[in-house]
Design a protein around this ligand. Structure first.
Ligand code: TXA
Ligand code: MG
Length: 351
C-alpha cells in the first residue's frame, strides 16, 4: 500500500479541503495517522470492527489491548456510553478537550473489537486542532492508539510515524512535532471512586481538585505482574523496551553525575557503546559516551516532549547501554518516570 504524507500548513487555520480525503478514508474503514497534543495516533472508525482490526495488524499489537475512542465535542460522548457518572462529567468540563482519557461503561454501538472485549470504553477529546477537525469531518468517533509499531516508543513527529507505518496505512497527516510528548492520563470513572490507570499531563493533583478522592491502580507502579489482572489491559504488556540496556540513576545532581560518569567509563573500557540521557544543565558533566540532551530542568515540559524521540535516537545509533538521570519533576514527573522506568525494565540505582 502506498502511504500518502500530507503536510498541514498551518494547524490554527486548517482548511477543510486539506482533511477531506483523510476523513473519507476514515469513513470508508481505512487508517489515517494524525497528530494529537500528546503523541501521534493511528486512527480508524471506532464503530467499525473491521477497521479496528486493521489497526492491530498495522501495529502488530495484541487485539485484547483496547483502543481509545476520540471525539470532537460532548454530544459525541453520549451515544458511546451507558451513562456519564458525576466525576466523569466534572472532569470533562475541566479538562476536555485535552490530554485526559476516561473509561466509561460502553453502549451497544461500540464494538468489542474496539474495546478488546471489555464492557467499558475509553474516550478522549483531544485539543489538537487537526485531530478535532478530522474527527468532526469524519462524522464518527476515531479509535486511535499511538501510531508506533508495537514495542517501539510512541511517535512524537510525523517522521517517527513514517518510520513505523510507511506502506501499512493509507495516510499520515503531518502537523509538526507534538506539544506534550507523553500519552494522555487515563482515569476509570466507571466505578464508585475514579481510578488513575495511566499518569499523564493531567496530574493526580489536577484530578483530585475536580473529582475529590482518586485512587491509583497498583499496576502503575512497579513491573508488570502476571497475578494482577490490570484494569488497563495494555499495562500487562511489556510495552516499549529500548534495544540497549537502560538504567535510571537517582539522587542529588552531583552524586548522579558522578555515578553515571563512573558507569560510562567502566562500560567504555569494556568495549561497549554507551549513551547518556542528560539535561541542558548537566550535559557538560559527561565527558564520555554519546550524550543526548532531553530538555531543561527549568521547563519540565521540555523533558516530556523529547523523551520518546531521544529513546528512538538511541535505538537508531546502536548503543548497548544507556544511563539516564531521573526526572521526578513537580508536575510531569509521575508521567515521565512511568515511561522511563518501563523502558528501563524498572532498573534504578539510588545514589
Ligand atoms: O494520548 C493518548 O492517549 C494517545 C493519543 C493517540 O490519543 N493514545 C494512546 O493509545 O496512548 P494507546 O493505545 O497507546 O493506549 C491505550 C490504552 C490501553 O493500552 C489501555 O491501557 C487503556 O488505554 N484502555 C483503553 N480502553 C480501556 C478500557 N476500556 N479500560 C481500561 N483501559 C483502557
Ligand atoms: Mg501506545
Amino acid at each position: 500500500m502506498e502511504t500518502k504524507l500530507i503536510k498541514i500548513q498551518d494547524s490554527e487555520w486548517i482548511k477543510d479541503e486539506e482533511l477531506a480525503e483523510a476523513a473519507r478514508i476514515i469513513r470508508e474503514g481505512g487508517l489515517v495517522a494524525f497528530p494529537t497534543e500528546t503523541v501521534y495516533g493511528l486512527g480508524a472508525n471506532a464503530l467499525n470492527e473491521d477497521a479496528a482490526r486493521k489497526i492491530y495488524a498495522a501495529k502488530g499489537r495484541p487485539s485484547d489491548n483496547p483502543l481509545i475512542a476520540h471525539i470532537s465535542c460532548m454530544e459525541e460522548l453520549e451515544p458511546l456510553v451507558k451513562e456519564i457518572p458525576e466525576a466523569g462529567r466534572k472532569l470533562a468540563e475541566a479538562y476536555w478537550p485535552g490530554p485526559l482519557t476516561m473509561v466509561f461503561p460502553k453502549s451497544e454501538i461500540v464494538p468489542y473489537g474496539t474495546t478488546g472485549g471489555l464492557d467499558t470504553v475509553a474516550v478522549r477529546m483531544p485539543s489538537d486542532p487537526i485531530a478535532g477537525r478530522l474527527i468532526a469531518l469524519s462524522g464518527v468517533p476515531i479509535a486511535a492508539p499511538s501510531a508506533n509499531t508495537s514495542g517501539r516508543p510512541s511517535p512524537t513527529t510525523a517522521q517517527h510515524v513514517w518510520q513505523d507505518m510507511n506502506g501499512k496505512i493509507e495516510m499520515i497527516l503531518d502537523g509538526g512535532p507534538v506539544g506534550i510528548g507523553v500519552e494522555s492520563t487515563i482515569v476509570d470513572v466507571s466505578g464508585p471512586v475514579p481510578v488513575l490507570l495511566r499518569p499523564g499531563a493531567v496530574t493526580m493533583e489536577m484530578l483530585e481538585a475536580v473529582a475529590g478522592q482518586v485512587e491509583i491502580d497498583p499496576a502503575i507502579q512497579g513491573p508488570p505482574r502476571e497475578d494482577l489482572r490490570p484494569k488497563a489491559p495494555g499495562m500487562k504488556y511489556r510495552h516499549y523496551a529500548p534495544k540497549a540496556d537502560l538504567t535510571v540513576v537517582e539522587g542529588s545532581p552531583e552524586a548522579v553525575q558522578e555515578k553515571i560518569c563512573a558507569l560510562v567509563d567502566e562500560k567504555i573500557k569494556a568495549g561497549e557503546k554507551v549513551g547518556v540521557i542528560a539535561t541542558e544543565e548537566s550535559m557538560q558533566a559527561y565527558p564520555e559516551g554519546i550524550v543526548k540532551c532531553i530538555g531543561t530542568r527549568a521547563d519540565e515540559e521540555s523533558i516530556a516532549r523529547h523523551l520518546f524521540a531521544v529513546l528512538r535516537e538511541f535505538d537508531d545509533c546502536g548503543v548497548t547501554y544507556i544511563y539516564s538521570e531521573a526526572f521526578d519533576t513537580p508536575q510531569m514527573g509521575q508521567a515521565i518516570m512511568n515511561r522511563l522506568m518501563k523502558a528501563a525494565g524498572q532498573k534504578k540505582i539510588l545514589v
